[in-house]
Design a protein around this ligand. Structure first.
Ligand code: DAH
Length: 340
């Protein structure tokens, strides 16, 4: 046994290791479960009692020798690897730029959240729309100027002439056709108009449509909902005023102004010294519109409203040029809340 131990000790000392494969071979040969050292430990019981202690110690020393050689070479390899990858752990981390939400997305989400709190659910419809949903069902007479090529982008889709929707009111029609009252929904989305691009007009922009239909819905409900929205969006001091207006799909109709958020209604350039800013159109859904979508207008009434997201964003963030929203200039975009 002693000879065997001496011989093994020599082999351990002479074992040459240069890489991880040899390290593993060493481990298997001297420290693995089938190694000769393990076998010798097993044979210890047949050593005469008077020698057991000293032979046991020699065997133990042999194992320690193998273990030390193994761990030493392993840490040598690790250090070499680190040097190869040249990682300098003392170096400070590099900062990276976190993206930001587009201001239109921020305001869109905020509008949705505000209306969610009072029971409105989101519904969506297609951007490529037919005449029925964009115009006819909304009570636009055939000769209405909005149907003109000058305002609307028409496209051919198969046999049918289609249009890029000019407003999100088309989604109202789709919801009314597919759901039974009570209906309480908002429809955010992109709309298109054949306009020359300038600081104040664009050929595409975003709107949010609102629709509430039930028994006994009144104009007072509409006013209260819009006041709630204005105060949630612009702060509790915000006031609204309604001016009589005309839309084919609502009767009566109104345009809504909010007290100027920039000068606190004192009068400034943005509100043209009136103290008021126009933010949306609204009204009671015209009975013709309810009937066109299959809703009994003798039983149900409803209100609708539509606002431009760019307009709300302009007032909230004081953006004075519509083109900024689609130019993707990072200097503009990075000014908005980071996404994490
Ligand atoms: N669709 C109108 C527009 O694009 C906005 C609007 C006005 C929507 C009044 C409505 C409404 O639902 O009742 O200018």
């Amino acid at each position: 046994m002693r000879d065997k131990i001496t011989e093994l000790s020599r082999s351990i000392a002479n074992f040459e290791m240069n890489d991880i494969v040899q390290l593993e071979a060493f481990r298997i040969q001297f420290l693995g479960s089938k190694s000769e050292i393990k076998t010798l430990f097993g044979e210890l019981k047949s050593v005469p009692n008077e020698d057991k202690k000293s032979v046991g110690k020699e065997l133990n020393d042999l194992r320690v020798q193998a273990e030390e050689k193994f761990t030493n070479f392993r840490s040598q390899l690790e250090t070499a690897n680190i040097e190869k990858e040249s990682i300098d752990f003392s170096r400070t981390g590099e900062s990276f730029t976190v993206g930001s939400h587009h201001p239109i997305s921020l305001v869109r989400s905020e509008i949705i959240e505000i209306f969610n709190r009072i029971g409105f659910v989101v519904s969506e419809g297609p951007e490529i729309e037919d005449d029925w949903h964009n115009f006819s069902a909304l009570n636009f007479p055939p000769e209405h100027p909005a149907r003109d090529m000058q305002d609307t982008f028409f496209i051919e889709k198969g046999e049918k002439e289609m249009a890029l929707r000019t407003h999100t009111s088309s989604v109202q029609v789709r919801v009314m056709e597919n759901q039974k009252p009570p209906i309480r929904t908002i429809s955010p989305g992109r709309v298109y108009r054949n306009e020359a691009i300038s600081a104040r007009a664009h050929c595409f922009f975003h709107q949010v449509e609102g629709l509430y239909i039930d028994k006994n819905v009144s104009f007072a409900d509409l006013k209260q909902t819009l006041l709630y929205f204005a105060q949630e969006m612009f702060g509790e001091k915000a006031q609204i005023r309604l001016r009589p207006s005309y839309f084919p799909f609502t009767e009566p109709s109104a345009e809504v102004d909010v007290s100027c958020t920039i000068c606190n209604a004192k009068g400034c350039n943005v509100c043209k010294h009136t103290g008021w800013l126009e933010i949306l159109g609204c009204g009671m859904v015209d009975p013709n519109v309810l009937e066109a979508a299959g809703i009994d207008s003798t039983m149900y009434t409803g209100y609708a409203f539509g606002m431009g997201i760019e307009r709300i964003t302009q007032l909230k963030y004081k953006v004075n040029d519509l083109r900024l929203y689609s130019e993707n200039d990072v200097r503009f975009l990075k000014q908005f809340t980071p996404s994490i």
